[in-house]
Design a protein around this ligand. Structure first.
Ligand code: FMN
Length: 306
């Protein structure tokens, strides 16, 4: 897919979600969340930094939050280009999309699940990302600020980086949608237009999008870090109690499915790598998929503190 096509697809997914008429509190709050993110991107961010000339880079690690933000970012990128092209003196059909790949940075802090690594590579192709991946020096985790220092040395034109962090993430409570990095970090602007999203918003939009999502979520993970500090979420163990699925409608009516009249209950998860399959066969328990967990306060219950 070309970047322009990926951006147009994301625009159609987003529009389609915004047009859903369902008596669902989750869907209406997610529509509100999308509108606010779009406002930040189109009216506050793209007016200060051009998304088309390398000023902005996107922090991407294959996780659900940054994937949601990537879909919305590409959607706004399409709209930004479309508005510019419409205002131009030339006919729209003679305008070509001015960017081939989206500048993206993946700070691979610790040993990553091969399933996630593959997902990042596959989605890099799908969304036409130009992916900078940090190199780990040793088995020990790298320092994130140092990794970004290295990145900025290589791409000094980067004025701002988009981050899919939410208020419910650790240290996320007091963050602002647009702010400078702290003094012990390399100097650039942090663009954080997803802060107000909660877990239900994330799953509702992502499952509706019908875009491939990282297969680890299908195995009960709700927050993915390195192989040595991430497990399926213990609150999703199958023998605990029956957990209801709140996103049946989104899954059955997902983008592209409704047109074909399919309404099937399949979620588009990426394949689990052979190495991870072996790793997971050692687990004693079965788990509900990650999208059964909607309580933000226990989202990281599967993360082991080092
Ligand atoms: N953390 C800080 O304490 N100060 C910063 O200035 C800062 N800048 C960041 C810039 C970028 C582009 C990214 C991706 C992260 C930054 N962080 C900073 C760290 C994040 O706030 C957060 O702690 C980190 O992304 C944790 O990721 P996790 O959710 O994968 O654990």
């Amino acid at each position: 897919m070309q970047l322009s096509k990926a951006a147009e697809l994301c625009y159609e997914i987003t529009n389609s979600y915004l047009q859903i008429h369902q008596e669902s509190q989750i869907i209406s709050s997610t529509q509100e969340a999308i509108r606010l993110t779009r406002k930040y991107l189109l009216s506050e961010i793209f007016v200060r930094w051009s998304p088309l000339n390398g000023d902005i880079s996107f922090s991407y690690n294959g996780g659900k939050d940054c994937q949601v933000l990537l879909l919305l970012y590409l959607s706004c990128l399409w709209e930004y280009f479309f508005i510019k092209a419409q205002n131009s003196q030339f006919d729209f059909e003679f305008q070509s999309f001015p960017m081939q790949r989206l500048p993206t940075v993946f700070i691979d802090q610790e040993e990553t699940f091969p399933t996630l690594e593959n997902f990042v590579l596959e989605t890099s192709e799908r969304y036409c990302l130009s992916l900078y991946e940090s190199q780990r020096q040793s088995e020990t985790a790298i320092n994130m600020a140092d990794a970004f220092r290295e990145f900025i040395k290589i791409y000094p034109e980067t004025a701002a980086i988009v981050i899919g962090i939410r208020h419910t993430d650790p240290y996320g409570e007091t963050l602002q949608p647009i702010q400078r990095t702290d003094s012990n970090w390399p100097d650039f602007m942090r663009l954080q237009p997803l802060l107000h999203w909660d877990l239900t918003n994330i799953w509702s939009f992502l499952l509706y999008s019908n875009e491939p999502i990282c297969g680890l979520y299908g195995e009960g993970f709700t927050s993915v870090g390195g192989v040595n500090n991430s497990l399926p979420n213990p609150y999703l163990k199958k023998d605990l109690s029956d957990i209801p699925l709140l996103f049946e409608w989104e899954i059955a009516h997902a983008f592209g499915k409704n047109a074909a009249g399919e309404h099937d209950p399949i979620v588009n998860t990426s394949p689990i790598s052979v190495v991870d399959k072996e790793r997971f066969s050692e687990y004693q328990d079965d788990y509900y998929p990650g999208w059964y967990l909607i309580d933000d306060t226990i989202e990281r219950a599967g993360r082991i503190k080092n």
